[in-house]
Write a protein that binds this ligand. Structure first.
Ligand SMILES: Cc1ncc(COP(=O)(O)O)c(C=O)c1O
Length: 419
């Protein structure tokens, strides 16, 4: 067997040559100009770049209002508070996401109620929402995971019927669309994250968005010490409510503004590279590719595949096979990883109910069931998936997607040598 055909894991040539995958995000003269101008300015706290970033992001996404925050989690907590979720209220959320999609609910003493995922889309199974609604349900936290929007027609119809608020966790989904409308414009309010790996990276950071002035004002109080005025206004330094300190700073906002000038083209590149990968990987035995259902525009923040071990004739633990395949892919030069090993209800904070101590907030309401066995599809996803981000990102040309596809084909062609 030639060195090219042999797995890199077994001493063959790498399919993706060293150095061909760039780090994220691309840094250009624009970033340097914005950040250095901020550094030369006079206000490094809530300075002029913060307000400009709010206005520019709101305009980019199609929202009336935006508040720049120091994380996506802060924006999620502000959303929970703004929507009136409080002690003992229930919020329905997917069983598979980043921890803070659910812990942000706890932050305001409300109780997460989990529902399983739809295996194909990896998003919450919207057909399971109504069965989870109780008289205590206040809101639906919908997470547009990996850049694919949840079916917002279904979500909004249920919310209208049961008079529930809808919070969009759009932390991974900048630029994703449903029926031609961007995520973050469907629900009552939404949260975006700008941390290291996100499609818009400002180091750390986030954005709360809404079209509702009342929600804006409530979120603002949580954002800055319970005050009613922003640092740009004349403050009376009075805590009108329980507030946190979730404000962004000028340098980070300047970096975010600079990256925002390229966000549309970043998403375009992700979509083009995903299309190339999907085209070249169709038909690979045992490989389940990400889907883009009708009416959706996936942003491909994370290109997540699953392994069908039965199709490969493998009967041992799916996670063992997945880990072997990932090891082989990494050796070929494809930076793949497992995004989440745990489903949310299985995490200790929920299993042990150890949020505020003394049983709070769960002691405030009827018992909720966090038995992981209730979420078999989310569980199956954790043991069978691997994902990647950087190879699809700007500035990678289609040749990188081509090399990545070749690496994946090569590994799946040699899967018998791995087990
Ligand atoms: C789905 C989801 N929700 C929330 C967050 C939290 O964002 P941050 O890390 O900016 O607080 C993240 C990312 O880390 C995420 O992926």
């Amino acid at each position: 067997m030639s060195a090219q055909a042999r797995l890199a894991l077994h001493g063959g040539d790498r399919a993706v040559s060293n150095g061909s995958i760039a780090k994220w995000p691309p840094i250009s003269e624009i970033d340097r100009q914005y950040v250095l101008a901020s550094l030369a300015g006079e206000n490094h706290a809530f300075g002029p770049n913060c307000q400009a970033f709010e206005n520019e992001f709101a305009a980019w996404n199609g929202n009336r209002y935006a508040i720049t925050t120091n994380s996506g989690t802060a924006a999620l907590h502000m959303s929970i508070a703004a929507c009136g979720c409080g002690a003992g209220d229930e919020v329905i959320v997917t069983a598979y996401s980043w921890s803070s999609s659910a812990t942000a609910i706890l932050h305001h003493n409300a109780i997460p109620v989990f529902i399983d995922i739809d295996f194909d889309t990896i998003n919450m199974d919207v057909s399971k929402i109504e069965a989870a609604i109780t008289p205590r349900t206040k809101a639906l936290m919908v997470v547009h995971l990996h850049g694919l929007a949840v079916d917002m027609d279904a979500v909004m119809a249920i919310a209208r019927k049961h008079k529930l608020k809808v919070i969009e966790d759009a932390c991974q989904a900048h630029g994703a669309e449903f029926r031609g409308k961007k995520v973050g414009t469907w629900g009552h309010c939404a949260a975006f994250s700008f941390n290291q790996n996100k499609s818009l990276c400002s180091g750390e950071g986030g954005m709360f968005v809404t079209d509702d002035e009342d929600l804006l004002n409530k979120a603002r109080m949580v954002w800055s010490f319970g005050e009613t005025r922003t640092p740009a206004q004349s403050r009376d330094y009075h805590a009108y409510a329980l507030g946190w300190m979730y404000r962004n700073n000028d340098l980070t906002a300047a970096f975010g503004r600079a990256q925002l000038t390229r966000l549309t083209s970043y998403i375009q590149t992700q979509r083009e590279n995903a299309a190339a990968l999907l085209h070249q990987l169709r038909g690979v035995k045992g490989l389940i590719l990400p889907v883009e259902p009708p009416h959706h525009a996936h942003s491909y923040y994370n290109f997540t595949c699953r392994i069908d071990s039965a199709a490969l004739g493998y009967t041992d633990s799916p996670a063992k096979l997945r880990d072997k395949i990932m090891q082989a892919l990494c050796a070929e030069g494809v930076p793949v990883g497992v995004w989440q090993h745990f489903i949310l209800p299985a995490m200790t904070v929920f299993q042990a109910r150890n949020a505020f101590g003394k049983g709070s907030p769960w002691c405030l309401a009827d018992p909720v069931n966090y038995d992981p066995a209730q979420f078999p599809l989310a569980q199956r996803h954790t043991t069978t998936h691997f994902g990647m981000t950087t190879p699809l990102r700007s500035p990678h040309p289609p040749e990188v997607a081509q090399a990545v596809a070749e690496a994946i084909r090569k590994v799946f062609d040699h899967v018998d040598e791995l087990v």
